[in-house]
Ligand binder design. Structure first.
Ligand code: FMN
Length: 186
């Protein structure tokens, strides 16, 4: 049997240190001729078909208004090569600067939405707002991924996972337990 770790009390307001899953993403948007990008860690897969992703986008962010009004965004997956960009994008606002120009990122036209893809990212998922019922109460947007663009390699990109306090964990060793899964669970 596994050895039981010794637990101590922990502040409930800091459980993000353990629960925030990442990977950190860059959310790009477009509205009334302007583009923007924000950094986001609070997202969750909700359904496979249709492909639904829930995201907390604070109403304090410029992106909130742009995404709510346009009803669209792109969820882009950066790797550790973009760590400083991820931090910079998450500490500046599109209300004041053009983040594509400021951070030297390349906007590429998407196929199904008006928000741009970020060319430097490993993957980019075009999203349409599927349900805004929880936006007013929790800033929680439910998006449907309507088109996905993914680099063929590496198969397991080195992604960033935020733990708060300016600290990230980087994805690492790959382990498989495929043979232990019921087919329906794969
Ligand atoms: C690592 C990291 C993760 C973040 N995750 C979120 C998030 O999940 N939701 C959110 O609303 N803001 C999040 N932020 C904050 C926004 O990215 C930040 O407020 C940004 O300046 C918003 O830009 P905007 O005003 O141009 O939209 C995060 C920031 C960092 C650095």
């Amino acid at each position: 049997m596994a050895v039981r770790p010794k637990w101590t009390d922990f502040p409930t307001s800091n459980v993000r240190r353990y629960l925030e899953p990442g990977p950190i993403v860059l959310v790009s948007s477009a509205h009334e001729g302007r583009t923007n990008i924000m950094t986001m860690g609070w997202h969750t897969v909700m359904e496979f078909t249709p492909s639904l992703v829930g995201c907390v986008i604070s109403s304090a962010n410029h992106s909130h208004k742009m995404i709510r009004r346009s009803g669209q965004c792109v969820i882009n997956l950066p790797t550790t090569k973009l760590t400083d960009v991820v931090v910079g994008v998450g500490n500046t606002t599109g209300a004041e600067i053009d983040k594509f120009a400021h951070f030297g990122l390349t906007a590429v036209a998407a196929e199904r939405v008006s928000a741009p893809l970020i060319a430097e990212c490993h993957a980019a998922f075009e999203c349409r707002l599927h349900d805004d019922a929880l936006v007013d109460k929790y800033d929680f947007f439910v998006f449907e991924v309507v088109k996905a663009h993914v680099a063929a390699t590496p198969k397991h990109p080195e992604t960033l996972h935020y733990t708060g306090g300016g600290v990230f964990v980087v994805s690492g060793k790959i382990i498989s337990r495929r043979l232990m899964f019921r087919p329906g669970m794969l």
